[in-house]
Design a protein around this ligand. Structure first.
Ligand code: A3P
Length: 363
């Protein structure tokens, strides 16, 4: 009996129960367990190799983007050292190359557009909103809806000008010329009738002077003559306000606002007080966050008042101020010209206030 049971015990185990030693240690495992372990080991190696190669690829792409940045400098920020900003800026330059982007991101049509007003602080508004983690902005002005050549390229062309975004992020662009473009409200409405629009306004006389300053300095840099501000806004021959001067016309806000309100509800257009925004951006930014249903993530600590520039800048790892072209010295304007302009704009401002159901302290 004893012999028999001994023989049974000594019978060779089935192949699946054969034991194998692991290398470098004396642990014995059954063959299926050993094979599973080897498979897990190989899978882990593959995963590590894949992750490393992806991250290497991403780094080299970023390096090439950075190299491009060194040769072409963006004009919106003084120190574009933030890689995300740099990538976005390059994308917006319409370079014919794909840029690195995170998985699950795609280019989306904007859910919000800053439509104007030119010289009221549109760039600062866009830049400051970009601080919000759920906002992603197109760095350059796209001019899709106001430039026929661009519009004829179709909505997909426009979408491809947008930065990559995660689902749930608000994509935003700003093209201040949209506000005065005749076909723009209708075209934006056709793209998305429930879009949210931002309009930043500034006291019209100051805005007109700023508009003039920008064009005058551009002409000056090309050694082209340009009339004095007073001669531009008041016709020297008739001594009347020159209503044909585009810089002045652009400050008659109600002309354009009427058209926007033919296509959009007032509740879809949030108006930012550009004068308040300049002196205290946080208050206005908070209102925009509420309008866009964004969590209140932008804090006063995100801004830094640069005394020498006289403007707020963004406080990141370092300070990012807007380019020198923003916040330029205005020419001296005689008091009598200022008064005439204020008198001219007063009734127009009243019409604008009635349209938007809100007043500004514009004197
Ligand atoms: P000025 O150059 O006349 O001072 P836009 O970006 O629409 O062209 O507007 C330019 C205006 O933005 C500037 O006009 C400036 O007054 C205003 N602005 C508001 N906040 C600013 C900021 N933080 N830095 C620079 N400019 C700012």
């Amino acid at each position: 009996m004893y012999e028999e049971s001994h023989i049974q015990d000594a019978a060779p185990p089935p192949a699946s129960h054969k034991r194998t030693s692991l290398p470098f240690c004396h642990v014995q495992l059954s063959r299926p367990k050993f094979v599973t372990l080897i498979l897990i080991f190989l899978l882990t190696i593959c995963l590590i190799v894949f992750t490393c190669s992806q991250s290497f690829l991403f780094s080299t792409q970023i390096l090439s983007v950075e190299t491009n940045i060194a040769t072409v400098k963006p004009s919106t920020l003084k120190t574009p050292n933030n890689i995300n900003k740099s990538i976005q800026w390059l994308k917006s330059q319409n370079l014919n190359r794909e840029v690195p982007h995170y998985p699950h991101t795609s280019r989306r049509l904007p859910q919000c557009i800053i439509v104007g007003v030119r010289k009221a602080g549109t760039r600062a508004l866009l830049q400051f909103l970009d601080v919000h983690p759920d906002v992603i902005v197109a760095g350059a002005e796209i001019h899709f809806f106001d430039v026929e050549e661009n519009y004829s390229l179709g909505i997909d062309w426009y979408r491809k000008r947008m930065p990559f975004s995660f689902p749930g992020q608000v994509t935003m662009e700003k093209s201040p010329a949209y506000f005065v473009g005749e076909s723009v409200p209708e075209r934006i409405h056709k793209m998305n009738e429930s879009i949210k629009l931002l309009l930043i306004v500034r006291e019209p006389v100051e805005r007109t002077i700023s508009d003039y300053t920008q064009i005058m300095l551009k002409k000056k840099s090309k050694n082209k003559p340009f009339p004095k501000f007073s001669d531009m806004v008041i016709d020297p021959a008739s001594n009347d306000i020159n209503r044909h001067y585009p810089g002045l016309r652009r400050s008659i806000y109600h002309h354009y606002m009427e058209r926007w309100l033919q296509y959009f509800n007032l509740s879809q257009i949030h108006i930012v007080d550009g004068d308040q925004f300049r002196t205290d951006p946080f208050v206005e930014i908070t209102k925009v966050e509420t309008f866009l249903n964004l969590a209140p993530r932008i804090q006063p600590s995100h801004f830094y008042f640069n005394k020498s520039k006289g403007f707020y800048c963004i406080k990141n790892a370092n300070i990012q101020c807007l380019a020198e072209s923003k916040g330029r010295q205005h020419p001296e304007v005689p008091t009598r010209v200022l008064k005439r302009l204020r008198d001219f704009f007063r009734p127009h401002n009243e019409k604008f206030f009635r349209l938007i159901g809100r007043r500004f302290n514009w004197g």
